[in-house]
Structures are given as structure tokens and as C-alpha cells.
Design a protein around this ligand. Structure first.
Ligand code: PEP
Ligand code: MN
Length: 317
């Protein structure tokens, strides 16, 4: 079970005291909030004491959960668009994209600095210097940054530079990483695991929310099926299903679903029609030169067409 406390809550010390006094194993993550993950199964009498100390805290958190950036992501009239390269590769690349996004009224830039690549031989990302590049370009152009965290050890670095922290498909089942993100005060964009059911995806989100971070954005990015002509199969039904089952914004990433840029636009339009609160797409100034996911990246011109189509469609922004 996972419990969460405001940083200065005196009950945190009492709660941890009960665990220590009774020899219960636990893990404490102390960031913007403190998250306690209890290991093993405490005796009923110990559980009762813990509940007594903890009483009422979860409810309190729920009432405080609405941050400005996060609440703007829930679709009212505007569809949120997040665009950018798969990976941060250079200042020139990011500045080209960032300037283009500003010119076209897009508020969020994406770009991975820590990359979960299928092959260890592939480009692994620029690390912190990549985050510095994307956050500077974002600041100059009035954009917000979305970037992926792969490991708990990277959380503090991500928090320094990114506005929204992405958990990739490969990490959706990484419960220790999810738990640790419950302790930070930044929205978390949780991609669906490529072989995860909708329920498993929603349960994964509970690891973050139980830690006290309820600024969760769900992202459908395609699932593995028997169909080989696309990288994954975009599960359009997952968009309204997830929206029925929770109150988080649900966005779609047609780029990783398609794996090829020639069908990203229709899939993005279909996602908007299915009720997505936002669309995240990979865009590169020169896709052929991209160091990761080059086949699925839209050119800037193709992205412009997508924006026009989304803006002209009754379900778009
Ligand atoms: C990405 O967004 O570049 C990425 C690695 O996505 P996914 O985790 O969905 O494969
Ligand atoms: Mn990618």
C-alpha cells in the first residue's frame, strides 16, 4: 500500500515512527511530497495504528489537486497539441521546431533526452544537455516542455527542465518509478504499455495518484497486435473507454501507433473525433536525418497540414 503526506505534515514522522517501532519494511520517497510504500503485510493492530495516524489525508489532497497548467489540458473547446522530435538532437533542430510551433500557436514541445531504445546500439539521447537545450528553446518561444523519464535517478533532473514528465510505454509497468512520481508536483503523462489492457493502464495511474500526484494525463499510443503493416495498432476505443473510467485528460499519440508518417494525419483526426483531449505527434525539420523514429516523423509542412485539418474539423480545436 502507498501513503502520501504533504512535506511538512507532522503525521509523516509519526507514521514512519509506527512503521519503525514495529519493524515493518518500507520505502520513503521525500520530494515535493513524501510517499511511503509499505512492503510486506503489517499485523492488523499495526495497520489500525497507521490508519489512525493517516486518517483524512487522501481526501485533503484530492481537493488541492488542480494546477493551472494541468487543468488547461482537459478539453473544453481547445484541443491540446504537443509536437516535437522523438529525441533532442541539437540546438539547431530544437530551435527550428520551437520557432515553428510558436508561429503556429502550438503551446507544447516534446523531445526525449533519455531515450528508451529497443537496441542498446542505438542513440540513447543527449541526457541533461538535451534537456537544457529544449527548455531554453521553450522559454524563448513561450512553450512548455514534455520529456520522458526512464529511471527514478533522473526525476530531479527532469523536474528542473520539463513541465510535464512523460512515462514511456516500456515503463508503464515500472511501479517503483510510478510510485516515485507520486511525490512530485508536476503533471505526469502516462503512456499506455504496448501490451497493457485499459484496466492495467488505469491501475498504473493509481500508483502515481496514491502517492498524492493527481495531475495525470493518459496517452494512448498504440498496442501490439498481429498486424505488421503498422508499428502498433492505435486503439481508438481506448480513448472514450479511459474517459468513461476516470476524470483525467486522455490524449493520443498517433506517431508511435503508426510508425510511418503517411498515416499519422488520419489517425490524429480520428483520435480527435474519438474525443481525445489532445494529440501528441513527432515532428522533425529533416526526418531523414533523425536519430530516432525517423519513419514516423512528420515534416514541418506535413505538421502544418495536420494543424489546418484539426482546426477545420468540428471535433478539433
Ligand atoms: C516517445 O515518445 O518517443 C516514446 C519512446 O514513446 P513510447 O514510450 O510510446 O514508445
Ligand atoms: Mn519516439
Amino acid at each position: 500500500m502507498i501513503y502520501s503526506f504533504e512535506k511538512t505534515d507532522p503525521a509523516k514522522t509519526r507514521f514512519v515512527g509506527v512503521l519503525r517501532d514495529n519493524g515493518v519494511e518500507f520505502e520513503l520517497i521525500d520530494k515535493d511530497r513524501a510517499v511511503v510504500r509499505i512492503l510486506g503485510s503489517p499485523e492488523p493492530s499495526v495497520r489500525r495504528s497507521l490508519i489512525q495516524v493517516y486518517e483524512g489525508r487522501r481526501k485533503l489532497r484530492m481537493e488541492q489537486s488542480n494546477g493551472d497548467l494541468y487543468s488547461s489540458l482537459k478539453r473544453s473547446e481547445e484541443l491540446t497539441i504537443i509536437a516535437g522530435p522523438c529525441s533532442v538532437e541539437s540546438e539547431e533542430q530544437i530551435h527550428a521546431v520551437a520557432g515553428f510551433l510558436r508561429e503556429h500557436g502550438v503551446g507544447f514541445i516534446r523531445g526525449g533526452a533519455f531515450k528508451p531504445r529497443t537496441s542498446p546500439e542505438s542513440f540513447q539521447g543527449m541526457g541533461e544537455s538535451g534537456l537544457r537545450i529544449i527548455s531554453e528553446a521553450a522559454r524563448e518561444n513561450g512553450l512548455r516542455v514534455v520529456s520522458e523519464v526512464m529511471d527514478r535517478s533522473q526525476i530531479d533532473t527532469l523536474c528542473k527542465y520539463a513541465d510535464i514528465i512523460q512515462i514511456g510505454s516500456r515503463n508503464m509497468f515500472n511501479y517503483t518509478l510510478l510510485t516515485a512520481l507520486g511525490s512530485v508536483d508536476k503533471p505526469v503523462l502516462l503512456k499506455r504499455g504496448m501490451a497493457a489492457t485499459i484496466d492495467e493502464w488505469l491501475k498504473a495511474s493509481e500508483y502515481v495518484s496514491l502517492g498524492g500526484n493527481e495531475k495525470i494525463i493518459l496517452c494512448e499510443r498504440g498496442i501490439r497486435t498481429f498486424e505488421p503493416s503498422t508499428r502498433n495498432t492505435l486503439d481508438l476505443a481506448a480513448i472514450p473507454m479511459a474517459k468513461m473510467k476516470c476524470s483525467y485528460p486522455v490524449i493520443a499519440d498517433p506517431s508511435h501507433a503508426a510508425g510511418r508518417n503517411d498515416i499519422v494525419i488520419p489517425l490524429a483526426l480520428a483520435s480527435a473525433a474519438a474525443g481525445a483531449d489532445g494529440i501528441m505527434v513527432e515532428v522533425h525539420p529533416d526526418p531523414n536525418a533523425a536519430l530516432s523514429d525517423r519513419n514516423q516523423a512528420l515534416t514541418l509542412d506535413q505538421f502544418k497540414v495536420l494543424l489546418q485539418k484539426l482546426r477545420n474539423s468540428p471535433t478539433g480545436s
